[in-house]
Design a protein around this ligand. Structure first.
Ligand code: NAP
Length: 240
């Protein structure tokens, strides 16, 4: 079973399908439409580590690949717990984090809440807020700013922020488009999670070009497990 919700999981699914390995791709069900996948999928939570354990037993799962997003903390700990208890071989497929380069102006924080705190007493400015939709409400404490939000699906209900411009797009994004977006919207600060990967790096490349400061949310602490960065390495692991 592949735990997904990322482009890495989709890439791996393609290789798994080509290799004719019987597999299932699991989604939490956070986005309204998942892309068509090359292997069967299931959608929805398992009911904690216990539920996941039961699922693994009932479906005769022999190998688990945690290819969830590096900020998906809970499911990674649940996978670690369930697979360790059942002694099912499991590994993680994850993207390396983005790294600061000379000339960049990145400030690191440990949570989205801390990122919002840094803006609380800041003079009104325009912020490119790329943290997904779940934690947008953390920025309620800094309503003096204009927020440019880029979301996969429209925000459900009324946005808790007063001044916003929302862009609905799944990506991947291009650097030239993001430079234009930052200039057109007069963006002064970028706030994002250190997700890593190629699909969403364009905002940072655009920010680098425009010399914009970045508030970077560090990754959460995940369980120590064997981790690979490419789908090909996972195929190798499965073969051996
Ligand atoms: P999370 O906090 O780690 O997980 C919360 C709960 O959602 C889990 O306990 C589990 O429910 C369920 N869940 C999460 N991933 C699942 C999966 N692949 N298959 C089945 N159930 C899953 O996760 P999250 O941060 O909300 O992220 C949810 C999904 O979105 C993940 O699959 C992740 O790969 C993807 N994603 C997350 C982010 C992000 O920034 N967090 C960004 C892009 C994509 P039960 O306890 O009921 O099993």
């Amino acid at each position: 079973m592949i735990l997904g919700g990322t482009s890495e999981a989709t890439q791996l699914s393609k290789l798994i399908a080509l290799a004719k390995i019987k597999a299932t791709l699991s989604f939490a069900g956070r986005v309204e439409r998942t892309k068509p996948q090359p292997i069967p999928k299931r959608v929805g939570g398992f009911g904690g580590a216990e539920g996941l354990r039961d699922y693994l037993i009932n479906n005769n799962i022999t190998h688990v690949i945690d290819a969830t997003h590096p900020f998906a903390e809970q499911i990674s700990w649940n996978t670690f717990k369930a697979c360790s208890e059942l002694r099912i071989p499991f590994v993680a497929l994850t993207r390396p984090p983005w790294l600061e380069e000379p000339g960049d102006n990145w400030k690191y924080v440990d949570s989205v809440k801390q990122a919002a705190d840094t803006l609380k007493n800041h003079a009104p400015t325009t912020v490119f807020l790329a943290i997904g939709r779940i934690q947008v409400s953390e920025f309620e404490i800094a309503q003096q700013h204009k927020y440019i939000l880029r979301l996969v699906d429209p925000y459900e209900g009324i946005l808790p922020l007063k001044i916003t411009h929302t862009i609905i797009s799944r990506g991947p994004f291009e650097i030239d488009d993001d430079i234009r977006l930052m200039i057109d919207n007069k963006v002064n600060i970028i706030i994002c999670k250190n997700s890593g990967g190629a699909g969403a790096v364009s905002k940072l490349l655009a920010g680098r070009r425009l010399k914009l400061p970045v508030i970077m949310v560090n990754r959460p602490k995940l369980p120590k497990r064997k981790t690979f960065h490419t789908a090909a390495e996972i195929m190798d692991w499965l073969e051996h």
